[in-house]
Ligand binder design. Structure first.
Ligand code: ZN
Ligand code: ZN
Length: 142
């Protein structure tokens, strides 16, 4: 059941940061936090010990959220965005993909599903190499 989208949300569903504040990537799912929309009764299983919640949508599909996104006020915002045909996402900061040294976003968000301008999601794998910081004056950018 394909969801129809008019646009991507303009800001992070968790912290409200506008797009671009923490890098160019929009995150939708990681092991510790995220959301999916699917058939009832087939939720993506959140990892052990990770809180999760579901909300039924008007078309009979179910929004399944886990981690911080399952908190009632964020779940409510997720549902509201989806009903407005806006695709929600969360930022690199909320996805813990910022530099440990300076707080700038990393070049890539490893271990995350991201969504592009075309509403296509793709997965950024975890590579066994250090991730570079996007702040040119930070030692981690070298
Ligand atoms: Zn955020
Ligand atoms: Zn840095």
């Amino acid at each position: 059941m394909a969801q129809k989208w008019d646009k991507l949300s303009t800001s992070c569903i968790i912290c409200g940061a506008p797009y671009g504040k923490y890098g160019e990537f929009r995150l939708v799912a990681q092991q510790p936090r995220g959301f999916t929309i699917g058939e009832p009764g087939k939720p993506r299983i959140a990892g052990k010990g990770i809180p999760s919640a579901e909300a039924e949508l008007e078309d009979g599909t179910v929004l399944h959220a886990w981690g911080e996104l399952s908190e009632p006020e964020i779940l409510e915002k997720l549902v509201e965005a989806v009903l407005n045909r806006e695709h929600p996402w969360f930022c690199m900061k909320c996805g813990h993909r910022v530099c440990s040294e300076c707080g700038a976003p990393l070049e890539q968000p490893p271990g995350s599903d991201i969504i592009g301008d075309d509403f296509q999601t793709c997965h950024v794998p975890i590579f066994p190499i250090p991730y570079k910081c996007t702040n040119p004056s930070c030692p981690h950018s070298k």
